[in-house]
Design a protein around this ligand. Structure first.
Ligand SMILES: [Zn+2]
Ligand SMILES: [Zn+2]
Length: 383
């Protein structure tokens, strides 16, 4: 028997044992065909032909996959050819198959090769995308001005059936925005792999790759946020220097994000919510989406009454009358108008926080009482 026949015999005997997850489809002189599978998505079909003068010339290799990137396979083919050149004069098939299997094991990110290439194209000079094959994760750092956002994006073994995980955020954006980046990023990832609750009449749900959509969202959010304006006063929401950003969530200049995605200073939002017209419910002045919180259940009539009452009260305060008497609780105190104003403002701010569709509000316990004392107080005042 010749060299090739001996090798074919050895391959058919040892392949399935020596090469994890391999299936020998054909093993004849004209073609050796082996399917190597780590997961359904990480499957490579290796087609091998013996060259003239084999084994003194390298094997002829073609790699195929229904799921992996063509560019990745092209690159891998070149590397395989180099491997075979190291083995001239010896049997090359089994070492080659083991090499490919090893490559899949050591490079878990092969399953998102095209996505990674696409992400690199949208990054700018000082941004970073570090591949950590050993941990099957990607280190992302995005910057805009003095603001930065860093996170680890893990790619699970059964990707894209399971979605990427967003971990270890490190950023100098105020906490509200960090929560938004992470919350929204994770939600986008989840939607890639979980069917919508509504039953669909069309084709059955198929999980889709989540790395690029999540990463593009993060990059875009970080790049645009420092340039966004308050939808009412039109000032920039974030100061150029991150140290000066307002992190106290009850402060006037704290930034609120509505469900529609638009940003407002808390004080601007409170003013807007408390100013007529109330007819038809309050809507985002920019995109027209409604900004009521459904739990508020405030009628237009009551909103108007409140507004009228608020106007009357500020007139009283401005005129310096009813000092302390305006408030039934806690303000009969000679510190007078400024204190009354402070408390008035505090109460309004808190209630407003619960009157709008804030992203975070979903996490707030509905028993949270900020709104209710206000309602009670207002009702008492209106009587
Ligand atoms: Zn504003
Ligand atoms: Zn809006």
């Amino acid at each position: 028997m010749g060299f090739i026949d001996d090798e074919l015999q050895e391959v058919s005997k040892l392949c399935q044992n020596d090469v994890n997850g391999s299936r020998l489809v054909s093993c004849v002189r004209t073609m050796v065909r082996v399917e190597i599978t780590k997961t359904k998505f990480k499957t490579i079909i290796v087609c091998i032909q013996f060259s003239e003068d084999y084994p003194h010339t390298p094997l002829l290799i073609e790699l195929k996959s229904k799921t992996l990137s063509v560019k990745l396979l092209d690159g891998l083919t070149e590397v395989c050819e180099k491997e075979c050149k190291k083995l001239l004069g010896k049997a090359q098939v089994l070492p080659l198959l083991k090499f490919i299997r090893n490559f899949i094991d050591e490079n878990p990110l092969v399953c998102c090769y095209d996505e990674i290439t696409a992400i690199k194209k949208i990054l700018e000079n000082d941004d970073e995308l570090k591949l950590k094959q050993k941990y099957s994760c990607i280190g992302l750092k995005v910057q805009r001005g003095l603001y930065y956002f860093k996170a680890k994006i893990e790619v699970p073994d059964n990707y894209p059936v399971a979605c990427v995980k967003l971990e270890d955020a490190d950023t100098n954006f105020p906490p509200l925005f960090t929560r938004h980046f992470l919350g929204q990023g994770r939600e986008i990832a989840r939607q890639c792999v979980e069917p919508p609750l509504k039953k669909q009449t069309q084709a059955p749900f198929q999980p889709s790759p989540s790395l690029k959509v999540v990463t593009s969202f993060l990059i875009k959010a970080v790049k645009t946020l420092p340039q966004e304006h308050c939808q009412l006063c039109r000032q920039l929401c974030l100061p150029p220097s991150p140290e000066n950003a307002e992190t106290n969530e009850t402060a006037d200049m704290h930034i609120e994000r509505l469900y529609c995605g638009h940003l407002f200073h808390l004080q601007c939002l409170v003013r807007y919510m408390k100013t007529p017209p109330f007819h038809g419910g309050k809507k985002c002045p920019t995109c027209g989406k409604r900004i009521y919180h459904e739990k508020w259940g405030l009628s237009e009539k009551l909103a108007e009454d409140r507004w009228a009452h608020q106007q009357a009260r500020s007139r009283e305060l401005a005129e310096g009358i009813h000092e302390g008497a305006v408030y039934h609780r806690g303000v009969e105190d000679p510190r007078g108008i400024s204190e009354a104003r402070r408390i008035s403002h505090e109460v309004l701010s808190k209630s407003a926080r619960h009157s709008v569709h804030l992203v975070e509000t979903r996490k707030v316990n509905s028993k949270d009482l900020h709104f209710y004392p206000y309602k009670t107080q207002m009702t008492q005042e209106l009587k």
